[in-house]
Design a protein around this ligand. Sequence first.
Ligand code: GLV
Length: 322
Amino acid sequence: MTTSARIVVTGKIPEAGLEILRTAGELWAWDSSEPIPLPVRNEQLADAEVAVTLLTDRVDDAFLDAAPRLRLVANVAVGYNNIDVAACDRRGVIVTNTPGVLTDATADLAMALVLMSTRRLGEGERLIRSGTPWQWGMFMMLGVGLQGRQLGIVGMGAIGEALARRARAFGMTVVYNNRRAAAPEIEADLGARLVDLPELLATSDVVSLNCPYSESTHHLIDADALALMKPSAVLVNTARGPIVDEAALVSALRSGQIAGAALDVFEREPEVDPGLVELDNVVLIPHLGSATIETRSAMAALAARNVVEVLAGREPISRVTL
Ligand code: GLV
């Protein structure tokens, strides 16, 4: 059902989402991979009832002040730390996100990072591209195998569970830390055991961060947490950068307190700490967790379906609550 509601899309999104949004209201979409200039955004938001946003948009009081008629912010991301949900709530603005559709893509990327760091694939790639002469060597760039090693998953939501399944297929044992224990049948299926964070850090060979970012997870992995990890351990972050104190991580990697890190997200994204760039035992990826063609289309379509539901006066499919 088309309504006359004005829908503003603040960044370029896949056609699968736009197609649905065109049927839902009067659509205006920013159509460039460059960020939307602020004056253009604010001009478009002035009479918008719906804003479809990306994780690079800060939806704060300034954003909301520019959009006095706003009823819905549909974020095309599962993470919503870019949105001041309390400010939206105060103004009666509904917030939605896109859980589920990016679970497999993000877990695949986390597993790829586990392999990249433990098998030193970034180093190997850089060696060949550098033009340095090389030949096969018995002791060349030895990594470690995953079989029988322990993966510690911090945050056992859908992505954590999907990663646990992948890790089990590689012969890893799995422990996890979460606010709540997973249901016994899920624990049994994943072969995963709940432990407290210090134990997870102290006993895991690979620590993967899969929790949301919030005030309570800000710098969850700080110097003290890193000091608990084994010198042979690797830290993988596909969640959000500020969960890790990046300066403390650089020190821990430099001093050999931990063996390596593989990061898809950064504390001051898109800035990457120069201390990380100069280290060989770090894999650096530009926030590609959900970056498959299918997944990005599914995310856009889910955000658009949330818009359709709200404009039809129904409960959205995936509402973010405080
Ligand atoms: C990606 O980082 C997302 O939150 O969807």
